[in-house]
Design a protein around this ligand. Sequence first.
Ligand SMILES: Cc1cc2nc3c(=O)[nH]c(=O)nc-3n(C[C@H](O)[C@H](O)[C@H](O)COP(=O)(O)OP(=O)(O)OC[C@H]3O[C@@H](n4cnc5c(N)ncnc54)[C@H](O)[C@@H]3O)c2cc1C
Ligand code: FES
Ligand code: FES
Length: 1318
Amino acid sequence: FFKKRHYKFCLKAHMVITHLRLTGTKYACGRGGCGACTVMVSKRDPTSQEIRHFSVTTCLVPICSLYGAAVTTVEGVGSMKTRLHPVQERIAKSHGTQCGFCTPGMVMSMYTLLRNHPQPSEEQLLEALGGNLCRCTGYRPILASGKTFCLVSRGLRGHPQSKNDGDRRSSLGTQESQLFVKEEFQPLDPTQELIFPPELLRMTENPEKRTLTFHGERVTWISPGTFKDLLELKAKHPEAPLILGNTSLGPAMRSKGCLHPILLSPARISELNVVSKTNDGLTIGAGCSLAQVKDILAERVSELPEEKTQTYRALLKHLKSLASQQIRNMASLGGHIISRHSYSDLNPILAVGNATLNLTSEEGTRRIPLSEHFLAGLASADLKPEEILESVYIPHSQKWEFVSAFRQAQCQQNALPDVNAGMRVLFKEGTDIIEDLSITYGGVGAATVSAHKSCQQLLGRQWDELMLDEACRRLLDEVSLPGWAPGGRVEFKRTLVVSFFFKFYLQVLQELKKLIKPRRYPEISDRFLSALEDFPGTVPQGVQRYQSVDSHQPLQDPVGRPVMHLSGLKHATGEAEFCDDIPMVDKELCMALVTSTRAYAKIISIDLSEALEIPGVVDVITAKDIPGTNGTEDDKLLAVDEVLCVGQIIFAVVAETDVQAKRAIEKIKITYEELEPIIFTIKDAIKHNSFLCPEKKLEQGNIEEAFEKVDQIVEGEVHVGGQEHFYMETQRVLVIPKTEDKELDIYVSTQDPAHVQKTVSSTLNIPINRITCHVKRVGGGFGGKIGRPAVFGAIAAVGALKTGHPIRLVLDREDDMLITGGRHPLFGKYKVGFMNNGRIKALDIECFINGGCTLDDSELVTEFLILKLENAYKIRNLRFRGRACLTNLPSNTAFRGFGFPQGTLVTESCITAVAAKCGLPPEKVREKNMYRTVDKTIYKQAFNPESLIRCWNECLDASSFHNRRKQVEEFNKKNYWKKRGIAVIPMKFSVGFAATSYHQAAALVHIYTDGSVLVTHGGNELGQGIHTKMLQVASRELKIPMSHLHICETSTAMVPNTIATAASVGADINGKAVQNACQILLKRLEPIIKKNPEGTWEEWIEAAFEQRISLSATGYFRGYKAFMDWEKGEGDPFPYYVYGAACSEVEIDCLTGAHKKIRTDIVMDACCSLNPAIDIGQIEGAFIQGMGLYTTEELKYSPEGVLYSRGPDEYKIPTISDVPEEFNVSLLPSSQTPLTIYSSKGLGESGMFLGSSVFFAITDAVAAARKERDIAEDFTVKSPATPEWVRMACADRFTEMVYICPLPLEPPSHPTPWAIFK
Ligand SMILES: Cc1cc2nc3c(=O)[nH]c(=O)nc-3n(C[C@H](O)[C@H](O)[C@H](O)COP(=O)(O)OP(=O)(O)OC[C@H]3O[C@@H](n4cnc5c(N)ncnc54)[C@H](O)[C@@H]3O)c2cc1C
Ligand code: FES
Ligand code: FES
C-alpha cells in the first residue's frame, strides 16, 4: 500500500480495502459498532514469536498501524471462483444470510475464531459474534452454522433438550426439523489455511529499528522503532497523542472533528507490552490489548488463591461485556485508562483496586495512583504532556478484602454502560468492621466519580443493615447527578447507584458469614439471595418445524423445500454486489447533503464562500437548480426559505471525493430565524391541534349503551416509541447520465424503483422512458426504502444533470438516521367495559401517531392501524379512532408491520388490564374474547379464524404453557429480587395494501437457445429471498431444475410500472406473474414436447427456435380487488390473514431492570410455505426486530429536536446475545389460501408483532414484583420496556430513596432530553 502515493492519504484501512476493490468488507457505521467491516489481522509477537490472529473493525483501523501485519479480508478466505471456505459454505447453507450485508463481517469473525480455536466452545462462538449486528436474520441460523464447528453443540436444530417440555404430542402432522444437512458440509481442515506471509516473518526476525514516518494530507504518522525514540518524539511533540487501538481517538476525530496533525504510534515498542508477575501484584504493559489483558488476568486467576484475585475477577467480569471482541482486540489498556471516558468499565475497578500508573519520559520514570483526581483530570494528578504511560500495576487483593464490579447497559452485550461501579471493602482482620472502603461510579458525571467522602464516613462501621441505610443516603448525596445530565435517565442512574451498593452489601455479607465464626449474622432468606446472581450469557438452542413436502412431489421440484438463498454463497464470499460496490465510473463525483440544524425556522442567509474554496469542491445543488418540480408543496426535496425539522435537506455539495464534500459542509454557514410554535411530541401536537390528515374512524355496535351494562370499566394510556429501520446498508444511489437524449441510468438501493424513476422524471422534467432504475439487491429495507430513495435519487439526478457527471450519494449512518425518519411513535388511550368473567363488551381506543413534518405514509399508516386494531378479538361494541400528528421531527414513514405493531400493543395492554381487574390470567381473557367461528371483522370482511385457534392451541401446547405458568409462579414466590414473567399472544395479521391497484404484478421470462432461462419480475431482493422463491416457482412450472434459471436484477426497463416490494405480498403477486409467464411459454412448447416426449429440455428449446416459436413471455397477475369505504366503515381491504401465536418467558432483575429471555415458542400459519427456510428466517428476523422495538430500541432527542441516537452505540438493536435461550418456531401446515401462489402465505411482516410476547412477559414479571411490594398493579404501559422502565416500575426502598433525596432544580436553559414515545 505504502509505495503507492494514492494510498498515502487514506487513513483508515477500510478505505484502502475499498480502493483495492475488495468489496466484501462492508461499511455500515464507521464507529466500530456493527462489525460489518471485520477483517482478520495477523501479527507475529516479537517476544513469544507466536503468530496472533485477531478480528478488527477496519473502519477504525488506521492503515499505518498495519505495518508488518497481514490482513485477511473475506476475499482471502475463499471465493466462488476458487474454493469456498467451510465457514462461508456453512453460513450460506444454514440460511444464515438474508440481505447479506452483514455476512462477510460474520464470516470474518467466525473465521478468526476458527484460526485460533478450530473446535471452539459455543461460548467462544457467542463471544466472537457479539460485535456483529444483523438486522435481518434474528441470528439463530448464523449461530446454527457456527455451532457445526463446535466440539459439543446443543444445537439450534433438531429437538431441543427442553427443560420444561414434558410429554407433548404434536398435532402438526408430518413435520421436519432439518433445514440443512450437516453431513453435506465440507470438513474444516486447519492445515489448508493461508500461511503468515514469509516476508513479514522475515521482518519480525529482523525488526526495523528506524523511525518510520508517513505523511498524509493533514496528518503525519510517526512510528518510532525504539522506546528511546518514542520518548524523544513525545518530548518534541508533547501535544501529539499516542495512537494505539484508535477506538477512542478515531471516533472523537470523526464525530467531534478533533484533528491531530501528528500521531505517535508506539505499535513497535515491545516495552509497552511487558507483563510481569510479582508476589504482591501484576504489572501489565499499557500497549497490551484489552483481549490480551483478559487472557493475562484469567491466567493469573487460575494460578493464585481466590483471596488474592478479587480485583482481577472484577476486571474480568467487565472485560466480558466491554464492547465487542473486535474492539477488545484493538483497544489498549493504556488507551482505555488515559481516555478516561466517564463510562469506562475498567477505571472504576482499577481505582478501587489501588492500581498505579508507571509513567516514563526522557526525564525518567515515576508512579502515580490511578486515583479519583487522576480520573477527574486534575493537572496535579495527571501525566505531563511529555510523559507516556508505560504500564499499570494492579496489586493482589488480600484476605478480608472484597472487590466487586457492577454494570447496567441498555442490553447485555456490546452496549456502553448506563452506570457501572467498582467497590472494595477491607475489614479489620477477623471482624466485620470496615477498615477501608472505596466506591467509584462511571456514567454518572463527566468523569469516573469516587464516593470518597461517604466511604470515609463509613470507616469503623459494622457491615450491617444500619450501615447499608446510611451508606445509601450518603452515596445519593455525594454522587449527585443533575436533572439535566446529558443523556437523561437521571432517576434510573441514581437508583442504580444505591442498588449496586445493595448488591455489594449482600455479596460481602455472604462472604463474611463464611469467614466469621461463630456466625452472628441473621440468615439471609433464599428469596433475597436472588439479588446476587447476574444473568449469564447463554448460548441459544431451539428447533424449527415445518411441513414436509408430499412424498409424491418430484425431487426436482423445489417448491416447499428449504432451498438456500440464491445469493447465499455470494453473500458469504463478499462477491454479492451492492449498489455502492459498483466500481467508480469515469468522471464520477460524490455528493453530500446539507441538512437543517433547526427544528422550525426561516432561512435568512446561506454563505457558501468558504465551502466552495475547498479543493475538489465542484458545485452546490440548491432548489433553484431543479428544472421540474421540487417534490410537493408540503414535502419538498430541497428546502426553500423555511425548514420544518432538524435533518431536513437544504442543499447538496458535489465534490471529487466524499471527504472533500463533507469538509465543505462543515464550512457552510446558514443563519436562521426561529419560528413558532415548535412541536415535537404527540401531546404538544394535540394541544396545538396540529394534524396531518383527518381522523380515521371505525365503529360497530353501540358503545355507549354497552358501557352502561358492564360490570367494570378501565381506562388507560399506552406509549409506544418509534423505531429506526437500521437496515445495514444505508441509503445510496449512483446516477449515471448518458450522452444521448437525456437518458439516465440509476443504480439505487430501493424497495420501489418505479417510484424513484417517476420522481426523477418529474424533478428533471423528462419523460419516464429516459430513466432506467436498476436494483440488484438491497441490504435491508424494512419499509425504509420505499419512499426515501426517490428523494436521494432525484437530488443526485439534479446534480448529475447540472454537472454532467455521474453522481454517487452514499449516506453515512449518522445522516441516514438523522434524515430518514422511521416507525411512527404512538400514544393510545383506551376505555374498556367488561364483565367480571373477563368478557369484554365494549372497547373504545383512540390512537395518535407522530407523523413528523410531512404526510409521507402517515395517513395510510393511520388507516392500517385502525383496520388492524381489533387483532384476534371479537368484541361486539367497538370504536377505533386514529390521527396522525404534524410535528417538527423528520417525517416518519413505512416500517415493517405498518402501524400494526404499535396499535395492537394498545389492544393487548387493554386485555392485560382487564385480566388484572378480574383477577384472571391474561391468557384466559384473551381466549374468552378471541374469534372462534366464521365471522366478520369490524370492517365487515368475512373470515374463518380456524387457523388462529389452531396456532393458539398449538402454541400453548408446544410451550407447555400451563405447566410453565405454575413454575413461574413458584419461582416468583421463592425470589424477591428476580421475577419471572410469561405471556402468550395471539395474532391475526392482514397482508396487502388495501388498494386494488397495488395488487398487480408482471414478469418477463426469456428462454435462450441453450435452454437457460432468465427470469425478471417486479419484486426487489431485500434479503427476504423473493428471487429464490421466484425461481422455485419457475422451476416447478417449467419443470426444469433451478440451475437452468437465473435472475439478474430488477429493472424498470425489463418490467415497468412495478409496485413497491412491501406489505408481505411481494412473493404472492410476483409469483403469480412468473407462473403466468412460464405457463404461457410451456403452452407454446406443448406441441413440441408432445411430439418428442423423451426429448430433453434443450432439444425442445432448439426445436422451438427452429419453428419460430417465441421463447419470451410476459406474465401478468391481476390481483385482489381490495376496497375500503371509510364513510360506511366497510370493505374487503385484505386478500387474506396470517395467523400466529407466540409464548415468551423472561426473568427480570428488579434491582437493575435487566432481563433475560428464557424461552420463546412461535407457531405461525404459513399455509403451504414456498420455502420453509426462508419463511422461518422471516419469522425469526421479524420477531427479533419486534423484540428490539419493544425492549431496547429507544430514540432520544435533545430538547431542540436533534436526534441523539444516531449510531449503534446510542441506538441498540438486538445483538446475538439477545436471542432467547430457547427459541422454537413451527409452521402450521395444511391450511389453504386459494388467492396466493401454491397456497403459500406472505410472512414478511407479521412476526414483528410477536416480539410483543417478550414485552408482555416483562410486564407480567414487573406486575409480580409490584404485587409483592403492594404497589398498584395497573401501571402506564410504555414501550420499549428498557432496563430504566423496568427498574423504576419495580419500585422499592431504593427508588423511594431517590425520590426522597431530590435532584437539583433543572435550569430552564438545560431541559432534560426526552424519548420519542412522549
Ligand atoms: C464500539 C466501541 C464500543 C466501546 N464499548 C466500551 C464499553 O462497553 N466499555 C468501555 O469501558 N469502553 C468502551 N469503549 C471504549 C474503549 O474501551 C476505549 O476506546 C479504548 O479502551 C481506548 O483504547 P485505544 O487503545 O483504542 O486508545 P486510542 O484511541 O488509541 O488512544 C486514546 C487516548 O489514550 C492516549 N494513550 C494511549 N496509550 C497511551 C500511553 N501508553 N501513554 C499515554 N497516553 C496514551 C492517547 O494519546 C489518546 O489520547 C468502546 C469503544 C468503541 C469504539
Ligand atoms: S462499519 Fe466498521 S464496525 Fe460498523
Ligand atoms: S443478513 Fe444480516 S443484515 Fe441482512
